[in-house]
Design a protein around this ligand. Structure first.
Ligand code: GAL
Length: 656
């Protein structure tokens, strides 16, 4: 890894007359910009007619950037196909679940399974690689742009055919598909793959496994496009790293799979400064990106220097807060802080989106903050390449996400909000967390947490069950390990089924689910652990665990809510049959940290703050709107509203 932190952003010079380009490079240099992402939406200018290319302007852009010492992340320009593709190949346009074909005139208007799109996109990629593969400015390829942001799936005929081919590859025989989908139910049996369509509108609940498979297929269809571009780039420019920009935790693309096909994970994240919980999502997204890459540094590909323009109301970032969120990304493992975009657009749908160089020019508040950050990052080059140690692993699982949010479940659940609630308990104590893929080796973590891990295959169940036995601490949240990978119930008592090892590892079995009247309905917990929980109860049968908290009311009144089984190895297995409220969660997190021997970064829960350590520096951010004295382990620190400070990390920075 380089010993500098990349700084820069999307650069769209084609929106401006050429005279401005020299000025751009000059201002970039003065602002400490190292990197420009070029060409993301340039297809229609690069290939104005099918097979007719105009690379001259892009040549001049790259030459100028290079002369100015600015490296280029070059997009393959396939994110937004030109009008001629829509006109010649209307079948390439995506179709919604209601059969509406989406029109040209915005962006990303292609079906992921369109052969016409694919053929034309790959032809362009080949030309781009041939033309720019050895350009001295080229540092990285940026494939497509935010796959699935607007069109994560399409219900057109080519998609249906591709789905059938995907099913053949997955199941081999129609009998196996019938078994996996449980088609004996409601007379859904298929005699051949030809009878299988896409899960569009149905009279009532569609087949759950079919819906999940279509989600999986749709992620794979987009990934196949990414991989087809990557193959060409790897063939022609094997030494140039490739990436594509992820979008934080994004339900429609299983990034555990995607991350295997990029050289560096990159992320676009636009936390809403007006949402009091935005910092939780932001911190978690950074940690997820680091985790997707197996701990390797990642790249913040896009963020807004201030407001976005696509929410109903778009709050600017208060002075200094842009720096704080940028340093949050940096200390959580990013080796580059890039933005959308360099120069604020004059026309088009993003003219009110903030940019590094605002409409008002270099004298603006935003540009001053951009320059200051560029200068600061130039001093922080020693962080580049450094790992971010974590002792807690939280499972993050796309199949569980998709399954718990399907129809016909005990209660509507919000997977991401639930995982973020669990994550927030650790964030409030300044404890760094990695996210972990289902079934992955967790032996590097003292504490493994599985919230709402609803869909678990045998390997994942076995991995979790092994945690207490090896002397570490496992915490499993409600409604976990209920289904297998085909969404079939694991029979013989919930929590992995009678044959799975999880019931023994936790010493409990779950008999019934009892959602409360609404997600925010409270239930009292009493016992060694007391407090308020929400949303959910279960009837838990305890056979080999200590009951630390019981339900004080409701359907499960008197029954176990929070249990702990001490393993003879010294490890422990906790089960939490509800969703703890904030205070109860804080209490539980404190107990789990003690159980696992992990020292927190804050000595008490800090609701609107965070601290994290990377390469001997401790970042402390106050996300609140008032100045706060924060209780760091080792002493307090006062941080002004929405500001960040970097301190030397005291002692061993593997404990953070
Ligand atoms: C991203 C996209 C950028 C820009 C940005 C605005 O989703 O990749 O091109 O539209 O949002 O926030």
């Amino acid at each position: 890894m380089s010993s500098r932190i990349r700084f820069g952003g999307d650069y769209n010079p084609e929106q401006w007359p050429e005279e401005i380009w020299d000025e751009d490079v000059e201002i970039m240099r003065a602002a400490g910009v190292t990197t420009a992402t070029v060409g993301v939406f340039s297809w229609s200018l690069l290939e104005p007619a099918p097979g007719e290319y105009d690379f001259g302007w892009l040549d001049r852009v790259l030459d100028r950037l290079h002369a100015g010492g600015i490296g280029v992340v070059l997009a393959t320009a396939t994110a937004s196909p030109p009008a001629w593709l829509a006109r010649r190949h209307p079948e390439s346009l995506p179709v919604t679940i209601d059969g509406v074909r989406l029109a040209f005139g915005s962006r990303q208007q292609f079906s992921p399974s369109s052969s016409a799109y694919r053929e034309h996109a790959l032809r362009l990629v080949r030309r781009m690689a041939q033309r720019y593969g050895s350009h001295p400015a080229l540092e990285m390829w940026h494939i497509g742009n935010e796959y699935g942001a607007h069109v994560p799936r399409s219900y057109d005929e080519e998609s249906a055919a591709a789905f059938r081919a995907w099913l053949v590859a997955r199941y081999g025989t129609i009998e196996e598909l019938n078994r996996a989908w449980g088609t004996a139910f409601w007379s859904q049996h298929y005699a051949s793959f030809d009878e299988v369509g896409v899960p569009s509108r149905t009279p009532t609940f569609p087949n759950p496994t079919m819906v999940l498979d279509f989600d999986r297929f749709s992620s794979d269809a987009m990934l196949a496009l990414h991989r087809a571009e990557a193959d060409i780039l790897r063939e022609l420019t094997p030494d140039v790293p490739i990436t594509t920009n992820f979008m934080g935790p994004f339900k429609d693309a299983d990034y555990w799979q995607w991350a295997e096909h990029v050289d560096i994970v990159s992320d676009d994240l636009y936390p809403d400064p007006a949402d009091p919980r935005h910092h939780v999502l932001a911190a978690a997204a950074r940690d997820l990106m680091r985790s997707l890459g197996g701990g390797k540094p990642w790249l913040l590909m896009e963020q807004a220097p201030s407001a976005v323009n696509w929410r109903p109301r778009n709050a600017p970032k208060p002075a200094g807060y842009y720096r704080a969120l940028s340093l949050q990304a940096l200390t959580r493992g990013a080796d580059g802080i890039l933005h959308f975009q360099w120069r604020q657009s004059k026309a088009g749908a993003e003219k009110f989106h903030s940019a590094m160089l605002p409409h008002g020019g270099t004298g603006t508040r935003v540009h001053r903050e951009v320059r200051a950050l560029g200068a600061e990052l130039a001093e922080l080059g020693d962080l580049a390449g450094a790992p971010v140690p974590a002792q807690v692993g939280i499972l993050f699982d796309w199949d569980s996400w998709r399954a718990v949010e399907q129809d016909a479940v005990p209660a509507e659940r919000d997977y991401l909000a639930t995982v973020l609630d669990w994550y927030a308990g650790f964030l409030r104590r300044g404890v760094t967390v990695d996210f972990v893929r289902a079934g992955a080796d967790t032996s590097g973590y003292r504490l493994v947490v599985a919230p709402l891990f609803h869909v678990a295959d045998d390997a994942a169940v076995a991995e979790l069950a092994s945690v207490p036995a090896r002397g570490d601490v496992l915490v499993v949240g409600a409604f976990s390990a209920v289904l297998d990978e085909n969404l079939h119930v694991r029979l013989g008592g919930y929590l992995g089924g009678a044959e799975g090892p999880l019931q023994a590892a936790l010493g409990v079995t779950v008999d019934e689910f009892a959602p409360l009247a609404a997600a925010d309905t409270e239930t009292a917990i009493g016992g060694t652990v007391t407090g308020v929980a929400r949303d959910w109860q279960e009837l838990v049968v305890v056979h080999d665990a200590a009951v630390l908290g019981s339900f004080g009311d409701g359907f499960a009144a008197g029954g176990a809510a929070i249990t702990r089984r001490a393993d003879e190895s010294g490890g422990a297995g906790w089960y939490v049959a509800t969703e703890p409220g904030e205070a109860l969660r804080d209490d539980l997190v404190a107990r789990w940290l003690v159980d696992a021997g992990i020292e927190p970064g804050f000595t008490r829960p800090e609701a609107f703050a965070e601290t994290v350590v990377r390469a001997g520096r401790r970042l402390v951010v106050n996300h609140d709107d008032v100045t706060r004295e924060l209780a760091l382990t080792g002493g307090t620190v006062t941080v002004e509203a929405r500001q960040a400070v970097i301190l030397p990390a005291a002692g061993d920075d593997t404990v953070s």
